[in-house]
Design a protein around this ligand. Structure first.
Ligand SMILES: Nc1ncnc2c1ncn2[C@@H]1O[C@H](COP(=O)(O)OP(=O)(O)OP(=O)(O)O)[C@@H](O)[C@H]1O
Ligand code: SF4
Ligand SMILES: [Mg+2]
Length: 329
């Protein structure tokens, strides 16, 4: 059974002046225990909204439909109880800018201990002992847990945030741009730590990032989002060697590669507004492979291979082209 199964997830935000933004549109994905998936796409395509909806943590102006099945329970059933039952203990979240989310006047180890006590998994003394173990696990001297958050560097705070996310032994870690605010060296260390922890603890990992090379190194599979929709998902190696959607190909080609001297392209144009429902391919105005019907028909996600889905009217042509060419060897 999948650890996480998301079916037809939709999120709309009501706007103060009337109208709605359709931020997540018919999103489906599935993640097996211990597997890792990267969620990628340009700014504003709905990545954070998708994750907060999966955690049942959307803001009050949001309307949500669909199903989020975690460990057999639907987290979106009204009443919040099911979602609360699984948060921290089943799935936990390291969100964008999380390292600034510590309470400045509470010692770090007390904050890491708090969810364990709140979920009655350990008493205060045991929880502090476990917090110190967790700090050690993420590469921080356990004695540093006595310090306050401002006495930690940015990298240390992000590591401590991961310790807190692991406090209740979750099965799935959801991370939203876990390294954005950190310098390159610390980013690499944190990502390696994430990979090691997910392997050692058998954790599932669903991670949002702008950075495709990071997904290539860290994740088993990827889901590419564009304008609120997943336009392609599948094993990362398949997407890299033979992308079925032109946007996936262009995202890879827009990413510099140290080991390849191919020219880096930029993707022309901007994503569409999300306050109108699409009636054609949302990527058509920017797509180098568009044909007339792309401007008249909305492509729906279709299976194009084992564990592979793409929403492009020309997916088969794109696959044939990629496989026939010498793309990345
Ligand atoms: N609370 C909100 N109210 C209204 N619109 C919102 C709200 N939160 C997000 N949006 C809109 O929903 C869309 C998706 O936003 P989201 O933050 O999920 O994108 P993202 O892919 O995470 O972007 P980034 O990479 O910049 O973090 C955007 O058009 C955004 O303006
Ligand atoms: S459906 Fe057409 S416009 Fe859209 S991505 Fe595919 S080829 Fe490009
Ligand atoms: Mg975001």
């Amino acid at each position: 059974m999948a650890l996480l199964e998301v079916r037809d997830l939709n999120v709309w935000f009501r706007l103060p002046k009337g109208g709605r933004v359709h931020a997540v549109q018919d999103l489906s994905l599935s993640l097996d225990p211990g597997q890792s998936m990267g969620l990628v796409g340009e700014s504003g395509c709905g990545k954070t909204t998708a994750l907060t909806a999966i955690m049942a943590l959307v803001p009050p102006n949001a309307e949500v439909s669909g199903r989020v099945i975690f460990d057999g329970d639907d987290l979106l059933v009204p009443g919040e109880r099911t979602a609360r039952k699984h948060r921290w203990t089943g799935l936990s979240l390291v969100f964008q800018g999380a390292m600034n989310a510590f309470n400045p006047v509470v010692r770090v180890e007390d904050q890491i201990a708090e969810p364990m006590v709140a979920h009655r998994l350990r008493d205060q003394r045991q929880a502090i002992a476990r917090a110190r173990e967790l700090l050690e696990m993420v590469g921080i001297n356990p004695k540093a847990g006595r310090r306050y958050p401002h006495e930690f560097s940015g990298g240390m705070r992000q590591r401590a945030m991961m310790a807190m996310a692991l406090a209740c032994d979750p099965k799935l870690l959801i991370a939203d741009e876990p390294t954005t605010a950190l310098d390159n060296m610390v980013q690499a260390q944190i990502l390696l730590l994430l990979k090691r922890l997910s392997e050692e603890l058998g954790l599932g990992l669903l991670m949002v990032t702008h950075d495709l090379p990071v997904v290539s190194q860290l994740c088993d599979s990827a889901a590419v989002m564009y304008a609120g929709r997943i336009i392609e998902r599948g094993p990362i190696a398949d997407l890299f060697h033979a992308p079925a959607h032109p946007y996936t190909r262009m995202l890879f080609d827009a990413t510099p590669d140290l080991y390849d001297d191919r020219p880096v392209i930029s993707i022309p144009g901007t994503p569409p507004r999300l306050d109108r429902e699409p009636t054609a391919c949302p990527f058509a105005p920017r797509c180098d492979s568009a044909v007339d019907r792309c401007f008249a028909q909305l492509p729906l996600p279709e299976e194009i291979g084992p564990a592979r889905v793409a929403a492009c009217l020309r997916a088969e042509d794109m696959l044939a082209l990629a496989r026939g060419g010498s793309r990345h060897g």
